[in-house]
Design a protein around this ligand. Structure first.
Ligand code: GDP
Ligand code: MN
Length: 382
């Protein structure tokens, strides 16, 4: 889960990393008594590069600030609507540094990266001036110690008090990264102000979704990601992705469904979605899938539904009965083409045929029939 800048900065503050004073607002009627001008008004969206996209603005008094807030709220940045703003005291920046901690899968270690070329795209620095990036691997069994953080800061070419302060932030950033099971913890820019203060002006934290169970502190954060149907499917524990084609797809196993989606595309069709019921196919899962697909099939672009089940352990007969039951609960008006192989497949095929579903033996035949059905409509509608 990716955190918003203001959420990540709260974690930083709680863990001793200096951040600018600020307030989080979501309405144009915001209190101004706690603000000292000039301020920076920052759009809270989960995409990067907000500065370049016009999502970071400055204001030197209350009137300007109100105007900027009106401009930014509701604005779209790379497809994301700005609903929340972070207003902070504007820093007098002397230098912008870059620091991050990530998982380096190749070396099977944690990796600290640091550079004096902060503020800009670090990918750009990596390409043009790779020597400007200090890389420091951390053996997770050994851990990371303050003297190591100081080595990183010195490696960046920093000296004296500044080196000590930056090393302190690098050390704490690693602590945050470990404590919250992060995939990445990044500060870009880490700012040195004209007064020699060191503060995190930006914050990027992604927490490993598989570690959520041991972080009750995040349970109150509700992320609404994806389309309405994707969100509903997620609540039903289905792996579902909306696509914009005409052939709705239901299958079991992520690899199998991906292959199906690829094959449909290869033969000239357009999948309307990705839906993987997951491993053990039970009646409950099939019913959930049918609920989602019944909604998907109501959209006018969807012309046909394709089912491909390959069950080694779960019973195809049970799955097929689930499909038929699902049809009675969540009607689907487009034609349905299916292919079933594996455990109790013969029985499953009978069940599907009796419910008026076209059953195919061969996967290419199944796909081509579905494509023909879908494109036939295209011709009629012109
Ligand atoms: P990003 O574009 O999404 O990475 O957003 P950042 O928070 O990193 O802001 C982008 C740039 O805006 C920074 O690199 C700074 O140059 C500038 N910026 C952000 N906050 C301040 C601030 O408080 N004072 C000044 N002078 N510049 C700022
Ligand atoms: Mn940034």
């Amino acid at each position: 889960m990716k955190l918003f800048e203001h959420e990540a900065k709260k974690i930083f503050r709680d863990n001793g990393i200096p951040v600018p004073n600020g307030v989080v607002i979501d309405s144009i009627n915001f209190p101004t008594e706690n603000l000292t001008y000039p301020v920076v008004v920052k759009s809270q969206v989960l995409v990067g590069g907000r500065g370049k996209a016009g999502g970071i603005r400055f204001a030197s008094n209350e009137d300007e600030c109100r105007q900027v807030v009106r401009d930014l709220l509701g604005m779209e940045i790379k497809g994301e609507v700005v609903n929340t703003l972070l207003i902070e005291e504007k820093l007098d920046i002397e230098t912008e540094l870059y620091i991050s901690v990530i998982v380096d899968r190749n070396s099977r270690k944690h990796l600290v990266m640091a550079s004096t070329e902060g503020g800009v795209d670090i990918e750009e620095v990596a390409e043009k001036n790779p020597e400007k990036i200090v890389k420091y691997h951390i053996n997770p069994l050994e851990g990371f110690y303050p003297y190591m953080a100081l080595e990183v800061a010195r490696g960046m070419g920093l000296h004296g008090k500044i080196a000590t302060k930056v090393a302190g932030v690098i050390y704490k950033l690693y602590q945050v990264y470990r404590k919250y099971d992060c995939e990445i913890a990044e500060i870009n820019p880490l700012v040195i102000t004209e007064n020699g203060e060191v503060l995190a002006a930006d914050a990027k934290v992604i927490v490993d979704d598989d570690a959520m169970f041991r972080h009750p502190e995040f349970s109150s954060i509700v992320r609404r990601e994806g389309t309405a149907l994707e969100q509903e499917a997620k609540e039903l524990d289905l792996n579902y992705v909306d696509l914009d084609g005409s052939i709705a797809v239901l299958g079991n196993g992520a690899g199998l469904v991906l292959t199906l989606v690829d094959l449909i595309t290869l033969y000239g069709g357009k999948p309307a979605n990705f839906l993987d019921t997951g491993g053990g196919v039970r009646e409950e899962t099939v019913l959930s899938a049918m609920k989602i697909l019944s909604k998907k099939c109501k959209s006018p672009e969807v012309k046909v539904m394709l089912i491909n089940l390959d069950l080694a352990i779960s019973s195809a007969a049970v799955a097929s009965e689930g499909i038929v039951k699902g049809l009675s609960m969540y009607p689907i008006d487009v034609p349905i083409f299916a292919r079933v192989i594996g455990n109790e497949a013969e029985k499953a095929r009978e069940t599907l045929k009796n419910a008026g579903i076209q059953v195919y033996e061969d996967i290419v035949e199944l796909i081509n029939s579905a494509i023909e059905e879908a494109t036939q409509y295209e011709h009629i509608s012109g």
